[in-house]
Design a protein around this ligand. Structure first.
Ligand SMILES: [Zn+2]
Length: 415
């Protein structure tokens, strides 16, 4: 099946030239082609260039779409979400607006454990139904690939229920989905005085089961005061590595425990959050292949400091932007909104924000060989935005400009 997108006002290719990600100044190179065409064949990109240069003969049944009012970007890759959960936490949002902190709310039984209760009580079918609607909404805003973490189960049964649900959604939903086992999201209340027993359960029962059934590609830990210590994080990640899982880490969100150096040392695929990352940790990260995933929506929503994205980029570290979509600290999955916040609050340029949300997002989940840029041979995940140019997409924020979502070469219809 062929689909020709023609007369595209601006085609933002985010060309990678075969590299898995972009770092430093290269993050500003979007490879924009004005008045472009893209030929899609059987779900893959076969040709790109200016519309005037297109001279291929199309098959008789080929579809052609005039895109003269659209700007085309690669589908966004949201590399850090907690999109599978039950319940919602608007009450905590109200508490926070009265001045209570994340830690105070957690101490009152709010926070992650609130979602744990609701998620444990929900069936797998209910969880999938809730997540599926959220995935539809993400796609309508231009996200075509997403990572989803477990971590609201915190018991063997409930964690496995979560990763099973994520794996099933990956087969059933149009969205490309990568699954991360985050059994170390918080210490379950039943194990508060037996921390080591929970970690043993996690490493010796849950992890082998999940790895054997390939229910997750990555393992993640919340390395933070009140959650998991640096030593505990190391124990879990080293075990995950033995099971062939890729490594991720929530690091330096509220305090700096050394998680970022640990992620660099262990060769993690990404290290996420980094709101309180130290200069020493930035030095440890520079020169590694670990992607720094920053989460602007969380700082915005919690009124916390922002990760020093400018410093990270200037140090040559590949930066990715993700939503961290979750019921407690960022109930938004709009990648354009995250990008606008990254520009206004973190001094990223629109070009850097786009690279961070496409190619570098794909790299943070090991998929940049197939996704994250519009290049010949890659999967045809293309979003057409009804905007005059790509900068306008981030400038005119808080509204959805996505007009057509093309996933694996198919133009999706949302009812
Ligand atoms: Zn997170």
């Amino acid at each position: 099946m062929q689909l020709l997108l023609t007369n595209i006002r601006q085609l933002v290719t985010v060309r990678s030239s075969g590299k898995p990600f972009k770092a430093g100044k290269a993050m500003r190179d979007l490879g924009v082609i004005e008045n472009a065409s893209v030929l899609v064949e059987d779900g893959f990109i076969r040709w790109i260039g200016t519309a005037g240069d297109f001279s291929n003969t199309l098959n008789a049944d080929a579809d052609t779409l005039d895109c003269s009012t659209y700007v085309a970007l690669p589908g966004f890759v949201d590399s850090h979400t907690h999109a599978l959960f039950a319940g919602s936490r608007e009450l905590e949002f109200a508490w926070r607006s009265e001045g209570k902190t994340y830690q105070e709310i957690a101490a009152q039984g709010g926070g992650i454990l609130n979602s744990v209760q609701a998620t444990r009580a929900a069936t797998k079918k209910e969880l999938k139904k809730l997540a599926s609607r959220r995935l539809d909404s993400m796609m309508m805003h231009g996200t075509t690939t997403v990572e989803i973490k477990s971590g609201y189960g915190l018991s063997e049964d409930a964690e496995i229920k979560m990763v099973e649900a994520i794996s099933e959604l990956a087969n059933e939903h149009f969205m490309t989905i990568r699954s991360t086992f985050l059994g170390a999201h918080a210490m379950p209340p039943e194990f508060r005085t037996q921390r080591s027993e929970y970690i043993t359960l996690l490493c010796e029962r849950m992890m082998p089961h999940i790895a054997k059934r390939k229910l997750a590609q990555f393992c993640d830990v919340f390395c933070e005061e009140g959650y998991f210590t640096l030593d505990e994080s190391r124990r879990i990640l080293e075990e995950a590595r033995k099971h062939g899982l890729g490594l991720k880490l929530h690091s330096d969100e509220f305090t700096s425990l050394g998680g970022t150096q640990l992620a660099a040392e262990l060769g993690a695929i990404s290290v996420d959050h980094l709101e309180h990352v130290s200069d020493e940790a930035i030095r440890a990260l520079a020169g590694t292949k670990t992607i720094a995933v920053v989460l602007p929506g969380v700082s915005f929503f919690l009124r916390n400091p922002y990760a020093p994205a400018r410093k990270l980029i200037d140090a040559g570290i590949p930066v990715s932007i993700a939503s961290d979509f979750n019921p407690g600290s960022c109930m938004s999955s709009s990648m354009p909104l995250m990008m606008t916040i990254a520009c206004t609050q973190m001094s990223m340029t629109p070009e850097e924000a786009i690279t961070a949300s496409t190619l570098n997002g794909a790299a943070a989940i090991g998929l940049s060989d197939q996704y994250g840029s519009i290049e010949v041979g890659k999967r045809a995940d293309i979003v057409l935005f009804d905007v005059p140019n790509y900068r306008y997409l981030l400038y005119h924020f808080g509204t959805n400009h996505a007009a057509k979502i093309i996933k694996h070469g198919t133009i999706l219809e949302f009812s």
